[in-house]
Design a protein around this ligand. Structure first.
Ligand SMILES: [Mn+2]
Length: 352
């Protein structure tokens, strides 16, 4: 809450309205799926409904809980209605046009709304030691399941069955869910960076991309490895080496004070040296935490400044239409000096 209050002071706001659920969970511990948090100078209030009465009483710290109906948003903005003029901040990227109209109606004309995106996200981008401990565990869990499921890959096994094994094993080992829809893509389908697992069988002499992540105690992991079924030809082996080197170059570019875009530039430079730059069709990585995609983004020209405590993915890849794709993704914690790899899985090219 301290961080929000500091932001309020520097932006001249009297209150801040938070509607994005991961931000609410971060600030007060509430993990329910409906609610609004209102930070005022003298009090903090979580507005939610009867379904979360017992849960909120157990989970919430640093805020009083008000059980309201029918609308938490209306109740929060009615609490702002008054005689005095007030400036209230909110994130315009996390509110629909209809919700904004509701705010205007319920809060009345004395409230001036101050749109400012990413205020809580900026706080969340820097993880403290407790968060890092949780993220290490989430990353190790993904690695453990990857190791188990690799042993199940053989010609004839379906992508969808491998994905189901991944999801099941993540949950059996304590994950509350998957951090995103698991990707298992084989053969030419591995050239689709976001392929959905299909009923296609894995065949001999194919690449297989596995991209998986857990949500463990509220924090996400995100891990990708690419393996080959059989002995890989030299051409594919060369692509693999290029992607490993690209990821290493990105990691070397991560340091407090550096531009997030520098990691992406480092990847493109290495891939260019291999003549593969045009086959890299997405960004180098993204922040990771309570959400699987958060700040800072590591994309082309990204101007965010990296900080110690950031956790980011590094996931360069090459995608060759008609043949297949290779992506290698790890989760990296930026230290005051150097980096810590949270994912602990070999980057050796696995051939089975
Ligand atoms: Mn990722």
């Amino acid at each position: 809450m301290l961080g929000v209050r500091r932001a309020m002071a520097s932006l001249g706001a009297d209150a801040w309205l938070i509607t994005h659920l991961p931000n609410i969970a971060y600030l007060c511990g509430f993990s329910g799926s409906a609610g609004v948090l209102l930070v005022e100078s003298a009090r903090v209030t979580l507005f939610t409904d009867g379904r979360y009465k017992i849960q909120a009483a157990q989970e919430v710290t640093g805020a009083r809980v008000r059980i309201v109906r029918p609308s938490a948003l209306a109740a929060a903005s009615e609490q702002l209605r008054g005689r005095a003029k007030r400036i209230v901040g909110f994130d315009p990227s996390q509110l629909t046009v209809a919700q904004k109209k509701q705010l205007d109606r319920s809060a009345g004309p004395r409230v001036r709304w101050l749109p400012r995106a990413g205020v809580v996200e900026q706080l969340r981008a820097v993880k403290d030691a407790t968060e890092i401990t949780l993220m290490r565990a989430a990353a190790l869990l993904a690695g453990e399941v990857f190791g188990e499921v690799v042993a199940l890959i053989k010609p004839g096994v379906l992508e969808s069955d491998l994905a189901a094994e991944i999801d099941y094993r993540l949950r059996r080992k304590g994950a509350s869910g998957v951090a995103f829809e698991t990707i298992v893509a084989s053969g030419r389908r591995s050239a689709w960076p976001h392929a959905r697992p299909s009923a296609k069988a894995v065949r001999k002499n194919e690449l297989v991309v596995l991209d998986l992540g857990a949500i463990l105690r509220g924090y996400c992991s995100d891990l990708t490895r690419t393996i080959f079924v059989g002995r890989a030809p030299a051409r594919i082996r060369g692509w693999y080496v290029a992607v490993v080197e690209a990821q290493q170059a990105a990691r070397d570019a991560l340091r407090p004070g550096a531009l997030a875009g520098a990691a992406d530039a480092a990847v493109r430079k290495v891939l260019k040296g291999f003549g593969l730059e045009r086959h890299f069709v997405h960004s180098t990585g993204h922040g990771l935490g309570m959400e699987v995609h958060e700040g800072p983004r590591l994309g082309l020209g990204s101007a965010s400044i990296l900080q110690a405590g950031n956790v980011v993915t590094l996931e360069p890849g090459v995608y060759i239409e008609g043949t297949g794709g290779i992506r290698i993704e790890d989760d990296v914690h930026i230290l005051p000096q150097g980096t810590e790899l949270l994912t602990q899985v070999t980057q050796e090219f696995i051939e089975i």
